[in-house]
Design a protein around this ligand. Structure first.
Ligand code: BDR
Ligand code: CA
Length: 302
């Protein structure tokens, strides 16, 4: 599967990148970065560090340094000042592409003879900037798999999930794009937990496992039963849709006021008369997910 992954590493993003760069089902053609968990300078450096760790030469292009309208607020309290607390990576051996994320998407999509899947694990600002500038490129998108949103409560405010809260105006553009979108939100990702025993198990597997375990153990998003690995569910869903439940819904996003960043689903199909704009993933088989991820790590080349 040809993919572009747009990301803001971020500890759970780093896990997602580690898996996708090592799984032969994916042909990762481009990594782009966005401001989110930390600044775009840091998320770009972190993506370069992860690529270097796995000797991956995929192009990496830096994207938006701030949301479309809203003020930028990072999540360094969760992911550490660097965005990848817990592991001392070597300094990157290369620079990001000279192109911006949007120009890199445009060039790749116009030159590609095959359709490409977009995986979004940060806010959707790069998507929005690209879609406004180059809407005709959308014909080359196979599907969009985005981590974000919630049908229940949020992790930034009582109503809003972080990626949507970071740039609700971009989320609105994504949801209105009429592309085939799948959203995997907190309803699922807060159940995608790994615990200390799982970290001990992967640490013993190989260098990749010990790097990932060290990052997760510094991930300040610990819940009673473990750490939620939000972003890697995008990859989990693409590899194993059978681990997940999903339904078609109409979803919109609130872009101002006290509920800013809330994703509102027309659960009763009352407002949009049965029309839908997104596949919302609603549940996960957590044991199957955790076992799959452990196996993916065990197969990593380092
Ligand atoms: C999302 O917020 C970020 O902190 C994580 O990387 C994930 O993409 C979860 O709400
Ligand atoms: Ca992320």
């Amino acid at each position: 599967m040809n993919v572009i992954i747009d990301t803001d590493p971020g500890i759970d993003d780093a896990v997602a990148l580690s898996v996708i760069l090592n799984n032969d089902c994916f042909n990762v053609q481009l990594i782009t970065t966005v401001a989110g968990n930390v600044t775009v300078e840091k998320t770009t450096k972190n993506a370069l560090k992860i690529a270097d760790f796995f000797h991956a030469t995929v192009p990496i292009a830096a994207g938006a340094s701030r949301p479309l309208i809203k003020t930028f607020e990072d999540a360094a309290r969760i992911h550490g000042e660097s965005g990848m607390a817990g592991y001392e990576f070597a300094e990157p051996t290369r620079q990001p592409s000279v192109q911006t994320a949007v120009e890199a998407w445009h060039e790749l999509l116009t030159q590609s003879s095959e359709k490409i899947t977009l995986i979004l694990t940060g806010s959707y600002t790069n998507f929005a900037l690209w879609y406004r500038e180059y809407p005709k490129d959308a014909a080359k998108i196979d599907k969009v798999i985005a981590m974000g949103g919630t049908l229940s409560s949020g992790n930034m405010t009582s109503a809003a999930e972080f990626n949507v809260f970071t740039d609700p105006d971009a989320a609105k553009i994504l949801l209105a794009s009429e592309l085939p979108i799948t959203m995997i939100g907190l309803d699922v990702t807060l159940k995608a937990l790994v615990n200390q025993k799982w970290l001990d198990d992967i640490s013993a597997l190989n260098q990749s496992g010990s790097m990932i375990a060290s990052l997760i153990s510094h991930y300040n998003d610990r819940h009673v039963d473990g750490w939620p690995l939000h972003d890697v569910n995008t990859i989990g869903y693409l590899c194993h849709p059978d681990f997940y439940q999903a339904k078609r819904l109409w979803v919109d996003v609130i872009t101002d006021g006290p509920a800013i960043g809330e994703t509102v689903a027309d659960i009763r199909a009352a407002y949009h008369q049965g029309q839908t704009n997104v596949t919302v993933v609603t549940d996960i088989n957590q044991p199957a997910f955790a076992q799959w991820l452990k196996t993916e790590i065990s197969l990593m080349l380092r």
